[in-house]
Design a binder for this molecule. Structure first.
Ligand code: NAP
Length: 450
């Protein structure tokens, strides 16, 4: 019996969505895939989350773009599914199944007084700004004071600290948009305080990323650990964690070289209040912690750090998808192996992959196996999924047009890509991002750009 041609929509053209598209293509099942993204550019977190100076990490794009070499896969950029865009219900009428791969885009909050002040930001917003995300071009982070606090002990906190510790000249060869580079050039930041609520044995950094801050040309690393390392901490089983403890112990014992900027790793410290004057951040009150049975307990001992910016890098939550269930506690869509479930029952034709499925953990490659799991579930279900009301791809394009959407297809993206490479040439960089949405669309659709 001849198999019917299946139509699958992947919403989100980041690593998780593109690994899912690749997994669909790798199967024997005849399937057409439309990859939709709210933005005119593909690659999601690789483009807007991987730090601009992590050039090697961005080379995964060569793998991620492969599905688009096949005519069975279409890129439809600039298509926002959901409120204010194309309703999910409309998309459902055109596909057998939908894989939601929109990640975790909402910054978690500390829940302390002063968090609403100007100069208090989530890492998602700050990272998106320096990565040239069109939603954050107007962010204008306050880099006019010498002190900055970065909260968290994950790799995002390290990325933020490192970018702030580098000079504009060190960032000029990356893809940061020109206005970002100008802001970094006028930065007054000198002391970056990384506030780590637990001890050196609890960090969530990875060795390569930690090592990088020790190799900065213009910044020293100072370890403030209340003597924890010198007293000796329990030897962790994990080899990579042991490497990091050795690195920290070495830095703790070393004299700073007197470089112009400093990254302070402040262990066992939590921000308890952000202070403000005239509506903007003027300091952060920090409490010393101790760890009791693995729990963080404040000691009541407090100090105030003189900072003009507080960036919390304490994790993300997914944005709820209207029409799908959502678990507020984990910030994910409830699922079993990628099948979306409501009250324990699968929601027919609805799947998730990536951070919206498992939370904001792992490295880019983690999304590959995750996507394979989801796609395996989808392909198992496919014979029992009803045909969509409108299976013809042309009908979906017409539905988008009826909602006033002119998608950026793969060739239009390649025009935007070429424009970014051209701008890079002017600055001695591989690429310089076009960040303003209107300019992105102009470049993609072939309108003249500046
Ligand atoms: P993460 O690794 O989960 O780290 C979050 C940090 O926030 C933890 O140190 C956590 O401390 C801390 N935290 C949470 N709530 C807090 C609070 N209320 N007060 C103080 N601290 C708090 O998350 P991430 O840094 O956002 O990274 C997300 C994922 O992307 C990770 O898997 C990461 O490795 C990956 N990533 C990788 C790279 C890279 O490979 N170069 C770069 C960026 C991100 P506790 O540990 O005490 O809970």
């Amino acid at each position: 019996m001849q198999q019917r041609q299946a139509r699958v929509a992947v919403i989100g053209a980041g690593p998780s969505g593109l690994y899912a598209a690749a997994a669909l293509l790798a199967s024997d099942v005849p399937v057409d895939v439309d990859v939709l993204d709210r933005l005119p550019a593909p690659y999601g977190l690789v483009r807007y989350g991987v730090a601009p100076d992590h050039v090697k990490m961005k080379s995964v794009i060569r793998v991620l773009r492969k599905p688009f070499d096949q005519s069975r896969v279409a890129f439809l950029g600039g298509v926002h599914v959901g409120e204010g865009g194309v309703p999910l219900e409309v998309v459902r009428q055109h596909f057998h199944a939908i894989i939601h791969a929109t990640g975790s885009t909402v910054d978690r909050e500390l829940g302390i007084p002063g968090e609403e002040l100007a100069g208090s930001l989530g890492s998602g917003a700050f990272v998106s700004w320096y990565c040239g995300h069109p939603d954050h071009t107007k962010l204008q982070p306050l880099l006019d004071r010498p002190g900055v606090a970065v909260v968290g002990a994950g790799n995002v906190a390290l990325d933020v600290a490192r970018v702030l510790a580098k000079t504009a000249d060190e960032m000029a060869g990356t893809d940061v948009p020109d206005p970002v580079l100008e802001t970094l050039r006028s930065s007054a930041v000198r002391d970056i305080h990384v506030l780590i609520r637990r001890g050196p044995q609890h960090i969530r950094f990875t060795p390569a990323e930690l090592r990088q801050i020790g190799e900065l040309a213009n910044a020293d690393v100072l370890v403030h650990d209340d003597g924890t390392l010198a007293a000796g901490v329990e030897e962790p089983e994990d080899r990579r964690h042991r490497q990091m403890l050795d690195m920290l112990a070495e830095w703790a014992a070393a004299e700073p070289a007197g470089k112009p900027r400093r990254i302070h790793l402040r262990f066992l410290r939590s921000p308890v209040e952000i202070l403000g004057t005239g509506g903007r951040v003027s300091g952060v009150v920090v409490e010393r912690n101790r760890i009791v049975d693995g729990r963080v307990v404040g000691t009541g001992e407090r100090e105030t750090l003189d900072v003009g910016l507080v960036v919390r890098a304490i994790g993300y939550s997914a944005e709820p998808v209207p029409g799908l269930p959502f678990d507020e506690a984990t910030g994910t869509v409830p699922n079993v192996g990628g099948r979306v479930v409501r009250d324990g029952e699968p929601v027919p034709g609805a799947y998730v992959t990536g951070w919206i499925k498992r939370g904001p953990t792992g490295v880019i490659g983690t999304n590959r196996a995750d996507a394979v799991e989801t796609v395996t579930a989808l392909l198992e279900d496919l014979p029992n999924l009803p045909d969509p009301e409108h299976p013809d791809p042309a009908e979906f394009r017409a539905a988008l047009a009826a909602h006033g959407v002119r998608p950026v297809d793969w060739s239009a993206w390649l025009r935007l890509d070429a424009e970014e490479i051209r701008r890079g040439g002017l600055r001695g960089a591989e690429r310089v991002k076009v960040a303003e949405l209107a300019e992105m669309l102009d470049a993609a659709h072939g309108a003249p750009t500046g």
